[in-house]
Design a protein around this ligand. Structure first.
Ligand SMILES: [Fe+2]
Length: 277
């Protein structure tokens, strides 16, 4: 089976290197390898020995044992059940084109649903909503990138759902999203029938990235991946601090269902994510 994580060793060191403003040559010189070696590591074609991993980790402020475990493909998060509480089931749709996740949350008591992101499979999602006999109340977007919004118009035309996004990401949304966008309220929560949605602003990947917390599940979009984090478009140190303070402080058992890659938990990320050692 291919390694399930969204980000591999090469992605992790590349993001840290760029985040810290270091060139390939800087890293090579300070770690004692060639620039070609660093490029190969970031290209997934070279897995260095642990001594080199340790020097890289020290330079890039990553936790060396965690980084080594991912480099050797020894760690993956435990599979978790897809539910946000007794009444709320979660179905994951994998959009293969972007390896992106779309999550449909179904409340069996109220026969209502919400969708986290709309990156693709619009017809399949709309069909599932119809078949389940639920009302899709809203698409809750974690951020405004195209691989999370592309299917919005299809889904909204078929279901009539609203679409919510943080104000700071509205300008990122391109093309037709099937109607007006609703800007997330300034408050920290949104009450939809059958869903109490906590809105946690987590800027970094984009200025308007948010993490939605619904029951025992949280949806960080591209802010955090299992064992890694999303590409940073703001200040790297601020993004690390935001994740540490606003996501890793959630209850340990909270499931984290990211925009790409497998599900994880706050507990797993506290122990295994090399950025947060
Ligand atoms: Fe993104």
């Amino acid at each position: 089976m291919p390694y399930a994580l969204e980000d591999e060793f090469g992605d992790i060191i590349g993001k840290a290197r760029r985040g810290l403003g270091l060139s390939v040559a800087d890293v090579a010189g300070r770690v004692g390898v060639t620039s070609v070696d660093v490029e190969k590591m970031e290209d997934y074609t070279l897995t260095p020995d642990q001594a080199t991993i340790s020097r890289l980790a020290a330079l890039l402020a990553l936790e060396e044992d965690r980084l080594g475990a991912i480099a050797r493909e020894e760690w993956e998060p435990e599979p978790c059940d897809y539910a946000a509480g007794a009444d709320i089931a979660i179905e994951r749709f994998l959009v293969e084109e972007y390896n992106a996740n779309v999550y449909l949350l179904l409340n069996g008591k109220t026969d209502t649903a919400v969708l986290i992101d709309a990156g693709g499979l619009g017809e399949a999602v709309a069909e599932r909503v119809r078949q389940a006999g639920v009302r899709l109340l809203a698409i809750l977007n974690t951020h405004g990138h195209g691989d999370h919004t592309e299917a919005a118009s299809t889904i909204r035309r078929r279901t009539g759902a609203d679409m919510y996004l943080h104000a700071a990401d509205v300008s990122l949304v391109k093309g037709d999203v099937g109607g007006e966008l609703r800007v997330l309220p300034g408050e920290d929560s949104l009450a939809l029938e059958g869903f109490d949605v906590e809105i946690v602003p987590t800027p970094g990947h984009t200025a308007g990235s948010v993490t939605y917390v619904i029951g025992s599940a949280a949806f960080p979009g591209d802010t955090l991946f299992a064992g890694s984090m999303g590409r940073c478009s703001l200040t790297y140190a601020d993004m690390l601090q935001t994740i540490r303070e606003r996501i890793l402080t959630l209850p340990a058992a909270t499931k984290l269902l990211p925009g790409h890659g497998p599900a994880t938990t706050v507990r797993e990320e506290r122990v295994h994510n090399p950025y947060f050692g």
